[in-house]
Design a protein around this ligand. Structure first.
Ligand code: NAP
Ligand code: WDW
Length: 321
């Protein structure tokens, strides 16, 4: 089998390709571009595609997947597609309808993986980040275990082959793992993870519970925060120019030079060699093609140690609300 299609066994018997395509692009990117880049990603060899209700691109990602199936390039079972339950749909009776609405946009019969996007319930409704008249975010209170039971029903209904979580800490994972009558464990926890925030403690915990850690933001360049004015995903992310630029890190750059690969590729390879599944977003054809080269080289034990030492618990996506 082509190394590009390397997969990891999940704790429910399904398999996840270890390299995933990150499909998120901000709203100013034309939606037909989403269709083009998703097709390019599949053509380049990506078989795992990460999206979410929140990304407002499931129609286009679904169209791209179906068109690569229709032209005979792939079969549905070759593709691993992830969607995520947004925080305004956490009331247990809203969970399955939310997944059904994603499937309708995608025009697919099932998702391979459905994740709880972020462990913070928001007031139900159409607005992704609901605010009151004073501009304060309106939260909701829902028991994580009750959401999880609704997620389990989605798996039993065959709408999601696997279920998992995202942006959970150890305490939040334990709330689910310790739930009386737990039917399915989360297969993964998708979190921000890169050499400046390597999540080594959370990774050890996840490994001990047979939960895969999936890295997002593995090459994020500058700190971004959600747009406070619109209370939604930013038109232009507010970017902190004082945050350290991972891809300019001298140690990362020296390793890049040594291996004749880009710093971005070293940051991807680092995750694979420590048993982390890694997402790679790019909307640039050349970089999409470059990112699958992560399977073409190896870091030494010493390289890995040097990268581990870069950790500084620096979070690029500041959830400051
Ligand atoms: P990323 O994959 O590390 O990408 C960061 C930036 O790196 C991209 O904007 C991309 O710009 C650039 N890049 C990509 N390949 C490159 C290369 N070979 N050389 C140089 N630069 C390169 O980080 P991310 O976009 O933050 O996250 C990836 C995916 O994770 C998202 O698309 C989304 O699916 C998921 N995610 C999930 C959550 C969550 O809450 N669960 C949060 C954040 C992200 P270009 O497009 O210009 O190439
Ligand atoms: C919580 C979790 C917003 C947005 C977001 C809140 C979140 C994301 C880059 C890629 C998210 C940043 C995609 C935005 C309040 N996660 N993306 O997945």
């Amino acid at each position: 089998m082509d190394p590009k299609y390397q997969r990891v066994a999940l704790n429910d018997g399904h398999f996840m390709p270890v390299l995933g395509f990150g499909s998120y692009a901000p709203p100013e990117v034309p939606r037909n571009r989403v269709v083009e880049v998703t097709k390019l990603a599949i053509e380049a060899g990506f078989r795992h595609i990460d999206s979410a209700y929140l990304y407002n691109n499931e129609e286009q990602v679904g169209l791209a997947i179906r068109s690569k199936i229709a032209d005979g390039s792939v079969k549905r079972e070759d593709i691993f597609y992830t969607s995520k339950l947004w925080c305004t749909f956490f009331r247990p009776q809203l969970v399955q309808p939310a997944l059904e609405s994603s499937l309708k946009k995608l025009q697919l019969d099932y998702v391979d993986l459905y994740l709880i996007h972020f462990p913070m319930a928001l007031k139900p409704g159409e607005t992704p980040l609901p605010k009151d008249e004073n501009g304060k975010v309106m939260f909701d209170t829902v028991d994580l275990c009750a959401i999880w039971e609704a997620m389990e029903k989605c798996k039993d209904a065959g709408l999601a082959k696997s279920i998992g979580v995202s942006n959970f800490n150890r305490r939040q994972l334990e709330m689910i793992l310790n739930k009386p009558g737990l039917k399915y464990k989360p297969v993964c926890n998708q979190v921000e993870c890169h050499p400046y925030l390597n999540q080594s403690k959370l990774l050890d915990f996840c490994k001990s519970k047979d939960i895969v850690l999936v890295a997002h933001g593995s090459r994020t360049q500058r700190r971004q925060t959600m747009c406070k004015a619109t209370g939604s995903l930013p038109k232009m992310p507010w970017v902190d120019q004082n945050s350290p630029a991972l891809l300019e890190d001298p140690v990362l750059c020296a390793l890049a030079k040594k291996h004749k690969r880009s710093p971005a590729l070293i940051a991807l390879r680092y995750q694979l060699q420590r048993g982390v599944v890694v997402l790679a977003k790019s909307y640039n054809e050349q970089r999409i093609r470059e990112n699958v080269q992560v399977f073409e080289f190896q870091l030494t034990w010493e390289d890995m140690k040097v990268l581990d030492d870069l950790n500084r618990n620096f979070r690029y996506v500041a959830m400051d609300m």
